[in-house]
Write a protein that binds this ligand. Structure first.
Ligand SMILES: Cc1ncc(C[n+]2csc(CCOP(=O)(O)OP(=O)(O)O)c2C)c(N)n1
Ligand SMILES: [Mg+2]
Length: 658
């Protein structure tokens, strides 16, 4: 291995050495603790330290780094106090996740590090979002993100690279090619010569770096970072290196040929660099010993601090409260001037007024710019707000939802328009694992609204008709809003955008142009978790939301003699249980009408809640009326048969007779 020190001074050269030595010595200690059963799991980066250390050393402290599971050197180079890392691994309060997530699964705004979620690939998309924020704010910063070569097979990685190139985002995408992904060798992982070659397909610059040569890593990354700060663009960098230990310690390395181990062992990044420094007369054996003694002392002192820390105690209330960032709802009252609007107009106007109110709000979605979105909600927005803030995206739901997460980390709000709510499946992972869990895991909110045009009754078949709120109401960390009227939609959308938590905002397509109402012309908000009682009555409680509210209203219009109380939930998470219970306690009967298919829908949970909280008030079993447990068929007569709409009347009359 040849080292070229270019014009680096002695202080820098020695610092790079010490920075590699520290994670190596920490790991050696951790391997002992692992054998003693004092820590649970360990992913070793031994042999790959030059990458973490060289890359991090080339970055400015205020620039974000998104590391993976083998990047201890990132954390140590950013000088996180070791006792905090040890507390993190022991699940203690001085760590970064209050015992809620393990190992390197955490981020810290204090050190501008955004740790991984287990799913690997989403890191690239989140890096896009952080980089987009810095580009929009003209900060002249780079964002650096890591993956292993195994992770590059994930769709998220392809999506994120493509977005970064289309938007020319200042990201340094680092692939640590260490020969294996768990037990899978590279020839079973991909079929191109170098992963760096993929950059060409994205229209991106790329570099291959010897990942075991600290000076090559540092000098190249330093030069690339400086260049990207001035000329924002993404670069793909492949580091050739090797994983010297098992995927994690328990899994061993039996499947790795010994010859490969020996070959790479001779390329150890620390031993070779140490020899180079000695040969150059910059380092003595005595200094090496002294550095090691100092670092080991630091490790032991910090381990003592972490061990002395008491095990974490918490309560259910504390845990529940940390699922969401607290949101101090401030009511903005409506004005008295009203205008008749369709649902689609009210949403468009609400969104536009939020764009005017929040300079830091970005809209992203397919065809949302000049075209105005497929439902024309953002028509004219580009003219008013410009293309920086109203962004057409490639077809890549995962990367865009991850980008939204990155924007939030960097302090920007975003609204993502899903073209149809059905397509959220292609971005499901970042919704339920990244947006939903970040605040609970490491106190990082996801200030993101996902607009979800949904629903059946439009003869659009299985992939353009779903109302998929139940996939999300059961995921702690998400808020789910589902208005049925223009007035509610406008005010609730304003609140969704103000709320710093991730909100799924359902907009029923069949209501877009069929439901009209007088809507205040100015900006106003409506709080979440407050149902609207549309009709008061004594004999039965009808609970509905979305299009089903209108089905219930139509049925009641046909039967003016039925003395029903009709509750429009408006938001499903949080759910206004108080209004439901008070009504059921009064009427003694409850029927829940839901457009979604029956099993596992929110009607089931509402039914269970009523049984648990109002049982002694009930005069009849709680009834759920929902659509067939089939995919949604296309042709009208089948769709009509599928939907709960036409079954409601019969079930209502039956329950009244009970
Ligand atoms: C979506 C997903 N699938 C599978 C896994 C299990 N898994 C975790 S790490 C890993 C191997 C990753 O290999 P690579 O990206 O090369 O990183 P390395 O471990 O070699 O550093 C696998 C299969 C996961 N965490 N997430
Ligand atoms: Mg690998």
């Amino acid at each position: 291995m040849t080292f070229d020190k270019k014009n680096l001074d002695k202080v820098t050269l020695i610092q790079l050495y010490k920075r590699m030595l520290k994670p190596r010595l920490i790991e050696e200690k951790m391997l002992i603790l692992l054998r003693q059963g004092k820590i649970s799991k360990w992913f070793s980066g031994i042999g790959q330290e030059a990458i973490s250390v060289g890359v991090t050393s080339a970055m400015l402290n205020e620039e974000y780094i998104l590391p993976m599971h083998r990047n201890l050197g990132v954390f140590t180079t950013r000088e996180i106090p070791l006792h905090r890392l040890f507390s993190q691994w022991q699940g203690k309060a001085n760590g970064f996740t209050k015992g809620r997530d393990r190992s390197f699964h955490f981020g810290t705004q204090e050190f501008n590090i955004v740790g991984m979620i287990s799913h690997l690939g989403p890191q690239f998309g989140v890096a896009d979002g952080i980089a987009l924020a810095s580009k929009l704010k003209d900060k002249k910063q780079v964002t650096t993100v890591f993956t292993g070569e195994g992770g590059t097979s994930e769709g998220d990685i392809h999506e994120a690279l493509n977005v970064a190139s289309v938007w020319q985002l200042p990201v340094l995408f680092c692939i640590e090619n260490n020969g294996y992904g768990l037990s899978t060798p590279t020839n079973e992982q991909y079929n191109c010569k170098d992963l760096a070659d993929r950059a060409l397909g994205y229209g991106m610059e790329s570099h291959i770096i010897n990942g075991n040569n600290i000076l090559e890593v540092y000098n190249t990354m330093d030069q690339l970072a400086k260049s990207v700060r001035e000329n924002p663009r993404p670069i793909l960098i492949e580091f050739k290196t090797f994983r010297m230990r098992g995927h994690e310690e328990a899994s061993g390395t039996k499947y790795v040929p010994q010859a490969l181990m020996d070959q790479w062992s001779a390329k150890d990044p620390i031993d070779n660099y140490e020899q180079f420094l000695k040969d150059e007369g910059l380092l003595t054996a005595g200094e090496v010993t002294q550095f090691k003694v100092e670092i080991i002392q630091e490790i032991n002192d910090n381990l003592d601090i972490a061990y002395a820390e008491k095990p974490i105690v918490s309560t259910e209330t504390v845990e529940l409260n940390d699922v969401y960032q607290s949101f101090d709802y401030k009511e903005t009252k409506e004005n008295s001037i009203k205008k008749e609007q369709r649902l689609v107009d009210a949403i468009a106007e609400g969104l536009k007024q939020s764009m005017e109110k929040h300079d830091d709000l970005i809209i992203m979605g397919q065809d949302v710019a000049e075209y105005g979105g497929v439902f024309k909600i953002t028509d004219g927005f580009v003219k008013q707000f410009g293309k920086d803030r109203v962004r057409n995206t490639p077809i890549c739901e995962s990367a865009i939802i991850e980008t939204a997460m990155g924007l939030s980390i960097a302090g920007l709000k975003s609204v993502v328009e899903l073209q149809f709510s059905d397509f959220v499946t292609s971005g499901f992972n970042p919704v339920v694992n990244y947006l939903a869990k970040s605040h609970y895991r490491w106190n990082q909110n996801a200030d993101v609204v996902l607009r979800m045009p949904c629903g059946a009754g439009v003869a659009a078949g299985p992939f353009h008709s779903q109302t998929n709120e139940a996939w999300f109401t059961k995921t702690p960390g998400l808020k789910v809003v589902y208005p049925a009227f223009p007035y509610d939609a406008k005010g609730l959308l304003a609140t969704a955008i103000n709320d710093p938590n991730p909100v799924l905002f359902f907009e029923h397509k069949a209501l877009y142009r069929s439901i009209r109402q007088d809507v205040p012309t100015d900006y106003y908000t409506i709080p979440f978790g407050q149902a609207a009682t549309l009709k008061t009555g004594e004999d039965i409680t009808i609970i509905a939301y979305g299009a089903a509210v209108h089905w219930a209203l139509n049925t009641l219009d046909k039967h003016p003699n039925i003395n029903a109380e009709l509750i429009d939930l408006r938001s499903l998470q949080p759910l206004d249980t108080e209004t439901i219970y008070n009504s059921v306690k009064k009427t003694g009967k409850a029927i829940i009408l839901q457009e979604d298919s029956l099993f596992g829908g929110i009607a089931s949970d509402i039914s269970a809640l009523i049984m648990e909280h109002c049982f002694k008030y009930l005069d009849a079993p709680v009834k759920r009326v929902a659509s067939l447990d089939t995919p949604i068929p296309f042709i009208n007569q089948l769709e009509d048969q599928y939907l709960s709409r036409d079954k409601f009347e019969g079930e209502l009359l039956k329950l009244l007779q009970y």
